[in-house]
Structure formats: structure tokens, C-alpha cells
Design a binder for this molecule. Sequence first.
Ligand code: SF4
Ligand code: SF4
Length: 80
Amino acid sequence: MKIKIKTKNCKDPDSCLKCLEVCIPGVFLRVSKKKFKTDFESQIKINEMSHKISVRFIDSCTLCMNCVIICPENAITIKK
Ligand code: SF4
Ligand code: SF4
């Protein structure tokens, strides 16, 4: 079984979190993701923190498909 989250579809993992809410076994985690961008005026690298949804406990998945149904961005696919 494979659970995939398209991060480019999941645009706002800080406020959506619907997949975490519906997943009773707690397969997903919201994790930190460090981003680096350069401020072109000062040429200083700015360290930004953002988040993404990560599949962490796949063995607990009951294949209820609630996360796939509720995701407003069609970001989650599950292959049995
Ligand atoms: S299919 Fe159900 S148990 Fe599996 S990750 Fe999605 S919500 Fe959780
Ligand atoms: S439900 Fe979909 S869009 Fe919302 S946080 Fe989860 S993966 Fe991202």
C-alpha cells in the first residue's frame, strides 16, 4: 500500500489539516520544512520555516479513505 501527498496541491497545511482531523489512527503528521530564500537586495539568505503533511504511520491505515474524500485539494492518493 502507498499513500502519497502532492505537496504542490496541499497549499496551506498550516490551516487546513482536514486529513489529520479525519484520520482516527493518526497516520499523518504535520512536520516542519525549512526553506531558504535569498534577499536579492542584501544577498542574505533568509531561513523560513513552513510545514507539510507527512505520512508517518502507514501501517496503521485502515483504508477508510476519509482523508482522500475530505481533502479539498485532491492532494492525497492511496494505492492498495
Ligand atoms: S485512509 Fe483512513 S486510516 Fe488511512 S490515512 Fe486516510 S483517513 Fe487515515
Ligand atoms: S486535507 Fe489535503 S489540503 Fe488539507 S492539509 Fe491535508 S493534504 Fe493538505
